[in-house]
Design a protein around this ligand. Structure first.
Ligand SMILES: Nc1ncnc2c1ncn2[C@@H]1O[C@H](COP(=O)(O)OP(=O)(O)OP(=O)(O)O)[C@@H](O)[C@H]1O
Ligand SMILES: [Mg+2]
Length: 634
């Protein structure tokens, strides 16, 4: 940051002043207190001009004044300090800090290129300014300004941790703290992510175990199921084979029966044929019988006629001597004789016929006997036929039974085949879809676990990296490395200045390690000061020696600040920094200041040391008159 000018109104002893700060070279500020004859320069307002800068940036003075205490007592209000400056990019800033001011009230205003960019609260504005100037009060008062005041914690007398703190601020190491906090937050995020990942992984692994055992059970069931099916299939096939062979057997049996039946039928037709012949004989017999019977009837008729005729003859013979009923004449042997002769002739004629019939009957009966003889064997044959018919009907019954059995077997075969078909279908159905689904779920879960493992590996890697940065941003990390890297520089610069200011009697060593009595080393920042002709520690040295040592350290710190891109200013301010120096010291110092002025635009020096005054080209006199200080530029 380039400071261009500082202004003040009603600030401490000033009513109003403006002081240019850019490229002023080596400037001596001297005082002229015209109000009090007891003082020459004291109380003129020299330090107050520096305080205006400090107050604008930090809201307090080096002597510890803040709030309304900085208001010029005489005015009692309307206090304002302001800085005009610009950054490396050329952007112009104006910072105004007010107390009891009519328009500015108690506020701070920050303008960038005339645009009001003031944060809402004064606290935020102070924070913004510390960041804008990239230097805090403590560092500022130990490097940029070597001033008077109770608020200044002198580096040499600061505690080791305060020293470390100042250096950390110069080296902008505070950034590491927030970086470390951020890294810690990110690490916590990663830890949460890792534990979520682990929880998810163990959950997924649990599910995988569950899926595996379910799969095992399903596969077992599948195996059992298939084994059952195989067993049933074997059983069914065996049954089918049995049915098949039974069917073949039955078919053969049926064929046998049929062949047998055919044979029996042949036999039956043969017997029937034979019986047919008997039937014809029987018909002949029947016919012969009727012939014989009619002959017998005829004979019986002849016999009956003969009896009648015989009775007639008897009657005729018995009528002799009687009168004829018709004519009434006596019947005599002669009169009855023609009738008896006629009847006797008739009887002879019938007897001849009866004899012929008798003879025919005998012949016919002979024929009939002959025919009847021919019927011999018929009964046996009929018995045989009955047997054959019985056998045939048995065979047919067997064929029917066999057919029935065959149908039965065929139906069983069909049922078995249907069962086999169903079993085959079942073999394909079964647990496969469930197993496939579970296998898919398992594969998905395993893939998920793989992804989680990869994610975890990456998270762990990231966490390790962040852990590295947490420790890197920590005290023992980059900070210690940075401190280690600047301490030789500081030692070298401090001794360079000490050499100029104190001769080669004082040695200043910045170190990050403390050597213990045991010989061990421990991380501890400290500044060791040895005076070969004086005290063994800082405090043991005289006030003058301590001033020189402080200066040497301050100059070394300035060098360090100036090497940084941030926090460096174009102004250095020394308030009675050199007043304790003797003539040699003054000469050395002037050489140093001239050396410094080649790289720092404006160096302001307040001193009561007249020996120094002759070396300055530019002078500003602070004149206090009637309680009011004014700047008089020579
Ligand atoms: N609020 C104030 N109003 C008016 N004057 C004040 C106020 N506060 C302090 N002063 C006075 O301002 C004067 C200037 O003080 P300053 O510290 O700037 O003097 P100096 O020139 O640095 O003197 P020295 O040489 O003693 O260091 C002093 O007389 C001091 O008492
Ligand atoms: Mg002073």
């Amino acid at each position: 940051m380039f400071l261009e000018s500082v202004e003040a109104e009603n600030f401490l002893s000033y009513k109003k002043f403006k002081m240019g700060l850019e490229d002023q070279g080596l400037v001596l500020i001297q005082g002229d207190n015209r109000d009090d004859p007891a003082y020459d320069s004291n109380g003129a307002g020299k330090s107050s001009s520096f305080e205006a800068i400090v107050h604008t940036i930090y809201g307090k003075t080096m002597r510890g004044l803040k709030g309304d205490d900085v208001i010029n007592l005489d005015a009692g209000k309307g206090c304002m300090t302001a800085l005009n400056c610009r950054d490396d990019s050329g952007a112009k800033y104006r910072v105004e800090r007010y107390r009891k001011h009519k328009t500015g009230k108690n506020n701070v205003f920050i303008y960038r290129n005339d645009e009001n960019i003031t944060p809402k609260s004064t606290k935020d504005a102070d924070k913004f300014l510390a960041e804008l100037f990239s230097i805090d009060f403590q560092t500022f008062t130990n490097s940029i300004i070597f001033g008077q005041g109770d608020e200044i914690a002198r580096f040499s007398t600061a505690s080791d941790s305060e020293k470390k703190d100042i250096l950390e601020k110069i080296l902008e190491m505070t950034v590491f703290k927030s970086a470390q906090e951020e890294a810690k937050a990110r690490l916590a995020e990663k830890a949460t992510a890792i534990s979520t990942n682990e929880r998810n992984t163990s959950q997924a692994l649990g599910l995988i175990d569950e899926y595996k055992s379910t799969l095992e059970k399903l596969r077992d069931s599948e195996r059992t199921h298939l084994a059952d099916i195989e067993e049933q299939m074997t059983l069914m096939k065996a049954q089918h084979d049995l049915h098949e062979s039974e069917s073949v057997k039955l078919a053969a049996q049926a064929t046998d029966y049929e062949t047998e039946a055919e044979k029996v039928e042949v036999k039956l037709s043969e017997v029937n044929e034979k019986l047919e012949k008997y039937k014809k004989v029987q018909e002949l017999i029947d016919r012969q019988n009727s012939i014989v019977t009619s002959s017998k009837v005829e004979i019986r008729h002849f016999n009956s006629e003969l009896v009648t005729l015989k009775d007639e003859v008897t009657k005729l013979k018995n009528g002799e001597g009687t009168n004829c009923p018709a004519c009434g004449q006596e019947v005599t042997a002669e009169t009855v004789k023609p009738s008896i002769d006629h009847t006797t002739a008739k009887m002879r004629e019938i007897m001849i016929k009866r004899k012929a019939t008798q003879e025919k009957l005998e012949k016919d009966e002979l024929i009939l006997d002959g025919l009847k003889k021919k019927l011999a064997g018929k009964d046996t044959l009929e018995q045989e036929k009955n047997d054959i018919v019985g056998e045939l009907s048995e065979l047919k019954a067997s064929i029917r039974v066999s057919d029935e059995k065959l149908r039965n077997i065929e139906s069983k075969k069909k049922t078995t085949l249907e069962l086999i078909e169903r079993l085959e279908k079942n073999r394909d159905k079964t647990y496969k879809p469930l197993i496939n689904e579970k296998e898919q779920q398992l594969a998905d879960k395993e893939k998920f676990v793989e992804e989680l493992t990869t994610q975890r590996r990456e998270l762990v890697k990231e966490a390790e990296l962040i852990e590295f940065w947490v420790s890197a941003y920590g005290n023992s990390g980059v900070k210690s490395y940075l401190l280690d890297s600047v301490t030789p520089y500081l030692t070298q610069r401090a001794n360079y200045y000490a050499g100029k200011l104190c001769g080669n009697t004082v040695e200043i060593i910045f170190s990050t390690q403390k050597q213990l009595k045991s010989g061990e080393t421990r991380d501890k920042f400290e500044v060791q000061i040895t005076n070969t002709v004086g005290g063994a520690s800082y405090l043991a040295n005289s006030t003058g020696e301590r001033r020189r040592i402080d200066l040497a350290i301050s100059l070394a710190l300035q060098d360090l600040v100036m090497t940084r891109s941030k926090g460096k200013l174009n102004v250095l301010l020394y308030d009675e920094a050199f007043d304790g120096l003797d003539a040699t010291g003054c000469e050395n110092l002037i050489q140093l200041l001239q050396e410094l002025s080649t790289r720092v635009g404006s160096i302001y020096v307040i001193t009561h040391n007249d020996a120094l005054k002759t070396f300055f080209d530019n002078q500003i006199t602070v004149v206090k008159e009637n309680g009011e200080t004014q700047l008089v530029v020579a």
